[in-house]
Design a protein around this ligand. Sequence first.
Ligand SMILES: [Zn+2]
Ligand SMILES: [Zn+2]
Length: 194
Amino acid sequence: MGTDEWSALAGVSSTVLALAAVVVALLAFRSEHQRARFEGARALHHDLTTGEVAAARKIVGSLHYGDFGSTSSPADWSQSLTSYFTLLWCFERIEAGRTALARGVIRGRRRDEAVEYLDALVAWHVAEYACGFAIARRKLAEASTEEVSDSDSASGFSRLLLALQESGLIDRAYRAGTCPGAGCPCACHHQSLS
Ligand SMILES: [Zn+2]
Ligand SMILES: [Zn+2]
């Protein structure tokens, strides 16, 4: 092999090495990118299950499953209203976070594990509050002459419910903002039987 051939071979080798370095960097970027996205999904679920949101869930849960109105005082009413909105805004953050995650999907991928992970974590919560918000809202309205103005605050929850129904994770019988009554799959309608 002549000098020219050796130098040509060396040139090819360095090109291959450079390309390999790019591939390794790209793979590392992808895995770091995905790790950050999973962490984002986990944080959104954490928000729903801890702190002031967890406290708000207890109160909205008692509206959903309990007998509110007959014994409630005005203080209970305003505390319940605050909890109702605290929880709606949490779902609004989750919906916005989910939309941002879905936008950050690496091009060429049809499925996205981070979005699927988030959907699997929050689906049953969203299903429960599809009925829960409707029942809580009705009880709040019945217990006061003050209006519950929640159309803007509830829009994120409505979009999240729809997205999860389109993914097949939530029964399509649920409707955001209204309980479908006899056809509602929520457990609150069956608790008197147990
Ligand atoms: Zn219902
Ligand atoms: Zn219910």
